[in-house]
Design a protein around this ligand. Structure first.
Ligand SMILES: NC(=O)c1ccc[n+]([C@@H]2O[C@H](COP(=O)([O-])OP(=O)(O)OC[C@H]3O[C@@H](n4cnc5c(N)ncnc54)[C@H](O)[C@@H]3O)[C@@H](O)[C@H]2O)c1
Length: 254
């Protein structure tokens, strides 16, 4: 898929990866770029800078997602590409309070489910559409220091796989974006990106380049850090060895 002349929506578009995607889609000639964020001012600022439309929404709230999809389709036309990108990081393990587990689950997983619930039927009815879901390399491997992030990003990858399997022959195209460390507000204050930065911190613009290339190829797995493919292969080959390697990272970074 080329974004030229397409109606593109990006959640979490006020900052970081989402902002870079919005800018890149506009530069590549998208017909409409809709910047969605719970930060209304940030969404308006990014939208204003690219001639797009800003919308305030909490992606974890079903009413907000439904409203965004309705409003975009009324104002801009059918959504061609919906990038479910907003996400948060919660550090810790089983001791993390239930409310925080629930919050990260709602944002990192249910937001993708809600967007699919309200958009996929419309896309199927008109013969197709594209969903890009931002997960993380943590959704394929793990996240030293954060069980809630590792778990929710695995769930996000699993949901994207399920959508691709279930609707791939009915016109729906799905990609899942799985970077390691990217220089954004999320990694601000973590020197070198921590363990996720072992292969280098990417600037958000480079992630946007990888997305454009992945969308053009309609590739399910978009890996801005190519090393991740090799790590996934090694994990599949020998999980015991992979766990030993991860424990070494835990000892270094945990
Ligand atoms: N930065 C990294 O190293 C990295 C690596 C892998 C994956 N990711 C993923 O990339 C995505 C974007 O993260 P980023 O690094 O650009 O972070 P960021 O903090 O710069 O941007 C996230 C944006 O999402 C918005 N947001 C958060 N919760 C929201 C909600 N409930 N409703 C609406 N908007 C909400 C925030 O306001 C913010 O503008 C996330 O899903 C993150 O998990 C980031």
């Amino acid at each position: 898929m080329q974004v030229r002349d397409r109606v593109c929506v990006v959640t979490g578009g006020a900052s970081g990866i989402g902002r870079a995607l919005a800018r890149r889609f506009a530069a590549d000639g998208a017909r409409a770029v809709v910047v969605v964020d719970r930060d209304a001012k940030g969404a308006e600022a990014v939208a204003g800078s690219v001639g797009g439309v800003g919308m305030q929404a909490d992606v974890a709230r079903e009413d907000d997602i439904r409203r965004v999809i309705d409003d975009v389709e009324t104002r801009c036309g059918p959504i061609d590409l919906f990038c479910s990108n907003a996400g948060i990081l919660v550090v810790g393990g089983p001791e993390v309070p239930n409310d925080d587990w629930q919050r990260i689950w709602d944002i990192n997983v249910m937001a993708h489910v809600l967007a699919a619930r309200h958009l996929v039927p419309r896309m199927l009815a008109r013969g197709g559409g594209y969903l890009l879901q931002t997960a993380s390399a943590a959704g394929l491997l793990s996240q030293v220091g954060s069980a809630p992030y590792a778990v929710t990003k695995h769930a996000a990858v699993a949901f994207a796989e399920w959508l691709a399997i279930t609707y791939g022959d009915r016109g729906l195209t799905v990609s899942v974006l799985c970077p390691q460390a990217v220089r954004t507000a999320m990694t601000d204050g973590i020197p070198g990106g921590g363990v996720a930065g072992i292969d280098g911190m990417l600037e958000p613009d480079l992630v946007a380049d990888a997305v454009i290339e992945g969308l053009a190829a309609e590739r399910f797995l978009i890996l801005p850090h190519p090393e991740v493919a090799e790590y996934v292969r090694r994990k599949g080959e020998d999980v015991e060895r992979w766990l030993r390697g991860m424990r070494r990272l835990q000892a270094r970074f945990g």
